[in-house]
Ligand binder design. Structure first.
Ligand code: AHM
Ligand code: MG
Length: 336
């Protein structure tokens, strides 16, 4: 009989293989990633049906950020919280959709050393128009002792303390990308077997790219330095004879995933009316910055490294520029 050639590595196998390189590892992070992937599969199944069932449209109330909540946001939030609360690998969650952090405080979860921050469904304005959306997550080791309930200080840690961060894109295919300090790897969901399978090994962000992803509709409100940078990106490149190309989907996960693989820069800057920008430091900026930095890119708020910012509130916002290292160095020359 022919030997079986098996190239497929599932997410779970991959995390266990990683774990075996650390004799003292407890397996809790692998368990947490498995829980996240389970919730992601449930959300994916619902996202795929979005055009079919009565799930489109506003759920009819405003979330804590003052934005209208779509039903799928609500569903995704519920799934991730439910799976992690019922699991044993996380002692609390901070979610973009909840006013306060959720502390699980039960004997099993109190033993866990991890807290998670998440944006359960980012880019929700794109749900109704069948454009890619995503989930973003970020994992921290708690600072309070295990065995007790988590506390707010466990959630308010700078991004440089992240243990892992990742995103799931619900797009033409569903991909989960996660980073630890050891690297960034991507797993594509094979719907026929219901498994995330290793498809993008050790992702590296190209040093230089030619894609600019910013909402230039806000240009009038940008700082003079940033306007000059945008002029600079319109100049013709000596090699290609073309300016940078503009790509902005309005789903940060999809925009950054593209730039991470092709090379590019994404920004959601401060504006005169929104000096803090739009994106949330803990749910959006920190996880994406961690992933991009591990892949060799850079992320700042225009002056400081995102990962070094000290949060003082869980829903805090921050301007963010993120992408290919050498494009970020160019941008920094224009920022005061
Ligand atoms: P959301 O968390 O409410 O979905 O908002 C975040 C999204 C990002 O994915 C995206 O880059 C940005 O908002 C788009 O905002 P704008 O329409 O102002 O450009
Ligand atoms: Mg969001």
């Amino acid at each position: 009989m022919d030997p079986i050639h098996r190239k497929l590595i599932t997410l779970e196998e991959f995390t266990i293989m990683e774990l075996r390189q650390f004799p003292k590892a407890t397996g809790e992070l692998s368990g947490l990633l498995r829980d996240i992937s389970l919730a992601a599969k449930r959300v994916n199944a619902e996202v795929n049906k979005a055009g079919l069932v009565d799930i489109l449209g506003d759920a009819g109330w405003i979330n804590v950020q003052g934005e209208s909540v779509k039903k799928l946001d609500e569903y995704a939030n519920h799934q991730f919280i439910g799976v992690l609360r019922e699991g044993i690998n996380c002692c609390g969650i901070g979610s973009e959709e909840n006013k306060e952090e959720l502390i699980f405080d039960d004997p099993m979860n109190n033993q866990s050393k991890y807290v998670m921050m998440m944006d359960p469904l980012d880019g929700s304005g794109n749900i109704d128009v069948n454009v890619s959306i995503g989930t973003i997550f970020s994992v921290y080791r708690r600072t309070t002792p295990t065995g007790s309930a988590a506390r707010i200080e466990d959630f308010l840690q700078p991004g440089n303390r992240q243990v892992a961060a990742g995103y799931i894109i619900y797009g033409p295919s569903t991909i989960m990308v996660y980073a630890t300090r050891r690297g960034v790897n991507g797993f594509t969901l094979d719907p026929s077997i219901g498994e995330f399978c290793l498809s993008h090994r050790q992702i590296r962000c190209p040093e230089q790219g030619r894609i600019l992803s910013m909402n230039l509709g806000n240009m009038k409100e940008f700082s003079p330095g940033l306007k000059k940078y945008i002029d600079y990106t319109q100049e013709q490149d000596r090699e290609t004879g073309r300016p940078y190309t503009q790509r902005y989907i309005g789903s940060m996960v999809a925009d950054i995933h593209r730039n991470l693989t092709k090379g590019g820069i994404f920004g959601y800057p401060a504006t005169h009316t929104r000096p803090e920008g739009k994106l949330r430091l803990l749910y959006e900026c920190n996880p994406m910055s961690f992933i991009v930095e591990v892949a060799g890119g850079k992320a700042t708020n225009g002056r400081e490294r995102i990962l070094d910012l000290k949060p003082n509130a869980i829903h805090q916002r921050s301007p963010m520029f993120i992408g290919s290292a050498s494009m970020m160095v160019d941008l920094e020359r224009f920022m005061p």
